[in-house]
Design a protein around this ligand. Structure first.
Ligand code: G4F
Length: 326
């Protein structure tokens, strides 16, 4: 039985990846940062259905000694490093937490693997946010990095460290460069979930408006369940490498809003959306559009869920939650 260690297992991607690894017969271990929420159903909402099949170790990736202990006990065959402070807007407010979690946390894991599990295959969750103010379109593995947020800068550092460990220590280290991906399990602060939830609440008369920032930004949005398949495939190749995962389509935030209202059966969406200047970022990434040809060619990866289906699933899921609560 292969052993996989997943940091960030309780998050959106971690939950889909764990399901996939369990299906494939892996033993799945997670590093779980303690937070002061006592209700396990709420805390582990995304993984509650698989909690008895995985093993969670309490720890923080910023704590070298603890991660060393955990890794030493498991001796994983594969390590998927997903844990991060992943919300771009907050990264402008609290740069220091981003640096510690996203850079120091990543170097901790890499350094520990080098010392006690050098044959472990390693995946780093790189991000299209690293392309920032894009220098070419579409973006692929050769597009220069040009980040525009503390989060983007931190991901560039993690990306470069991952490459460095591959080249300097001959370790099996891969970078995924993942474009935006949402799902029914997306965190509430990201724009897709915020819109889907807001639209469902408007439908049920629970609120009148959704406050949003920049509606013109363009993103390449896929479904997280497709992207975790790509992560796993990267670690099954004969050689480590870096891969873009993206749909190859870009849509504005406005299109996401418009379609969400349409799926909820509400007309005249503009009547329900208020633009809030405070939700604009000090520096915005205006356009992301990925070219995943390499992943298609080498990994045989391709996304199955379209933009339209992603929006439909997210809106319907929020409507269902409210239906169940009635
Ligand atoms: O949903 P977002 O917060 O995602 P963002 O910034 O693109 O980052 C996500 O994708 C990255 C991959 O490129 C990941 F690495 C990262 O961890 C995260 O998953 O914002 C999307 C767009 C932005 O342009 C933002 O300015 O939506 C715009 N937006 C407009 N109104 C808003 C809002 N974003 C949020 N979160 N909330 C708003 O009210």
């Amino acid at each position: 039985m292969k052993k996989a260690l997943v940091s960030g297992l309780t998050g959106q991607d971690g939950s889909y990846l764990s399901e996939l690894l369990l299906e494939k017969g892996y033993q799945v271990y997670g590093i779980d940062r303690r937070v002061a929420i006592e209700d396990a159903k709420q805390r582990y909402s995304r993984i509650y259905h698989i909690l008895d099949k995985i093993k969670l170790y309490s720890g923080d990736i910023q704590n070298y000694a603890r991660v060393f202990e955990i890794t030493n006990e498991i001796k994983p065959d594969e390590c998927y490093h997903l844990a991060a402070m992943s919300f771009v807007a907050t990264s402008f407010e609290d740069e220091f937490t981003v640096l510690r979690t996203n850079i120091e946390g990543t170097v901790n894991i890499l350094n520990i693997l080098r010392k006690i599990a050098p044959d472990c295959k390693y995946y780093f969750a790189g991000s299209s946010e690293m392309f920032g103010k894009v220098l070419e379109t579409p973006q692929d593995e050769n597009t220069p990095l040009n980040p525009r947020s503390p989060y983007g800068i931190s991901k560039c550092a993690g990306f470069q460290f991952t490459r460095l460990y591959r080249e300097a220590y001959n370790m099996f280290c891969c970078n995924g460069i993942l474009f935006n991906h949402g799902s029914e399990r997306r965190g509430g602060e990201f724009v897709t979930r915020k819109i889907a939830k807001g639209v469902a609440e408007i439908k049920y008369g629970l609120r009148k408006k959704i406050k949003l920032g920049n509606l013109e930004a363009k993103r390449d949005w896929g479904h997280a369940s497709d992207y975790v398949r790509g992560m796993h495939l990267m670690l099954q190749q004969p050689k480590p490498d870096d891969y873009v995962l993206a749909t190859g389509e870009t849509h504005t935030v406005e299109e996401f809003v418009e379609l969400s209202f349409e799926f909820a059966g509400i007309k005249n969406w503009r009547d329900y959306v208020e633009i809030d200047k405070d939700l604009f970022r000090p520096a915005e990434v205006n356009l992301l559009l990925g070219d995943a040809s390499k992943a298609r060619r080498v990994l045989g990866w391709e996304p199955k869920i379209s933009f339209k289906e992603l929006v439909e699933r997210m809106v319907k899921s929020e409507i269902n939650i409210l239906d169940l609560g009635k």
